[in-house]
Design a protein around this ligand. Structure first.
Ligand SMILES: Cc1ncc(COP(=O)(O)O)c(C=O)c1O
Length: 436
């Protein structure tokens, strides 16, 4: 079996619009071999859970634009708040400046985040928020006069972003480590522990290495782009206990899981833990703009609180706390308060589980699993990837299978009928794929 890219020239069956015809050769797409890739689908507009193509075709977005569009697209409340902010002040620097959208958002995040995660550092993307978390953890120890603690423990199948520090804590095998050996910092990797023996091994490791470790970083409950692997809340709770016992900082990367995806506002809530540092992004602005944040507890923040300027956190992205993005995030939090998103997630999970179950028997499918509003069909080997993507488009859904998984993270506003269409399309296309 091969990845037979050449069989698909365009994912979009309609006429290529002139702007795509003219501009395509000037853009470089993410994670893409530009020579062999088919032309991407042109999207002209969005609405609710739909991507609308230039010929009017509507695709259910089973990806919610990479986990972001939690309230669906073009929600009138978000549009209106962003529009008002656009007229008042699209942007102002955050160095030496405060503005209402950011301060309101910071205080609202502090109120909904677990425990005393009260100190919000804004940045412009998830990867950068991870960089900030790593720097915070390293400097935390230095500011306390402890030297030599600059390494991190992360987990197999982890994904924390594509910038250099973030890449160093991704799974070393299924990420880009092989491309960038010698360039990336060397970190420690273990499997996410489940069994008593695995916890005993982690306990031993932390005992031996805690004097070199700044922290442990984990995606709570769902490891996303590294393979859509799930772990129980209990693993997270025990990890928190071990980090406490060995005095190692725990960083929770909730960039994918935050804002309702697992059925609670943050996945950490299900394990009743408070990490020392948390990263959020993606659905923070409900898919309208790029914004992320790294949030620290009092304990971490206090290590930077000093009369000594050298103990300040030395980071400051140009577009940090962009007022438009903060207005979108505030509007999104309004919707979490006024529209029942969390009660909807268990129903989405139930329908995804039922709808995808019959993929289990298909040739090449090795697992089907769901957690919250995430559904995964895992295959032994993902062959004919481009044909598969094209077949999904032809069936009226937008999905982006990769690695060894076909997965969906639909908007939390998806209706029962739309979920049925999404699951029916996945089932039908996977049944075809199994014969290729
Ligand atoms: C868990 C996790 N961390 C970090 C990132 C990186 O975020 P961004 O793509 O906004 O840089 C992602 C993106 O997929 C993610 O899923």
């Amino acid at each position: 079996m091969t990845n037979d890219h050449s069989q698909v020239e365009h994912l979009y069956p309609g006429p290529v619009p002139p702007w795509q015809q003219a501009g395509a050769k000037f853009v470089w797409s993410p994670y893409t071999q530009m020579k062999t890739t088919p032309l991407p689908i042109p999207v002209a507009a969005t609405e609710g859970v739909y991507l609308i193509l230039p010929d009017g075709t509507r695709l259910i977005d089973g990806m919610a634009s990479w986990w972001t569009a939690c309230h669906g697209y073009n929600h009138p409340h978000i549009l209106s708040m962003v529009m008002q902010q656009l007229q008042r002040m699209p942007h102002v620097m955050f160095g030496g400046v405060h503005h209402e959208p950011a301060l309101r958002l910071a205080s609202r995040l502090a109120a909904i985040l677990p425990g005393d995660l009260d100190h919000v550092f804004f940045s412009d993307s998830g990867s950068v928020s991870v960089e900030v978390a790593l720097k915070m953890a390293v400097q935390y120890w230095l500011n306390r006069g402890v030297t030599g603690r600059s390494k991190f423990l992360s987990f197999r199948h982890a994904y924390h972003g594509d910038t250099t520090g973030a890449m160093s804590v991704c799974d070393p095998i299924n990420s880009m480590h092989s491309h960038f050996k010698g360039f990336l910092l060397e970190q420690f990797t273990r499997g996410v522990p489940h069994t008593a023996e695995e916890f005993a091994e982690l306990d031993r490791f932390l005992r031996e290495r805690s004097d070199t470790l700044a922290g442990v970083i984990i995606e709570p409950l769902i490891q996303g782009a590294g393979g859509m692997k799930f772990h129980p809340a209990e693993s997270l709770a025990r990890l928190r206990t071990l980090c406490d016992q060995h005095d190692v900082l725990l960083i929770a990367d909730e960039i994918a899981t935050g804002f309702g995806r697992t059925g609670t506002m943050f996945a950490c809530e299900q394990a009743s833990i408070v990490p020392d540092v948390m990263c959020v992004g993606k659905a923070l602005t409900a898919g309208t703009m790029s914004l992320a944040a790294t949030i620290a507890t009092n304990r971490v923040f206090d290590a930077f609180w000093s009369d000594d300027p050298a103990r300040a956190l030395m980071h400051g992205p140009t577009f940090m706390a962009n007022p438009l993005a903060c207005a979108a995030a505030n509007a999104s939090l309004d919707l979490f308060e006024s529209e029942g998103r969390f009660s909807r997630v268990p129903e989405i999970e139930r329908r995804l589980a039922a709808g995808l179950e019959s993929c289990r028997g298909l040739r090449g499918v090795v697992d089907v699993r769901t957690k919250g509003a995430v559904g995964v069909v895992q295959v032994a080997e993902l062959h004919h990837v481009e044909q598969l993507r094209a077949a999904f488009v032809a069936s009226g859904v937008w999905l982006r299978p990769f690695s060894d998984i076909v997965y969906t993270t639909p908007p939390l506003t998806i209706s029962d009928a739309e979920l049925t269409s999404l699951c029916d399309a996945i089932r039908a296309v996977m049944a075809q794929w199994a014969t290729w």
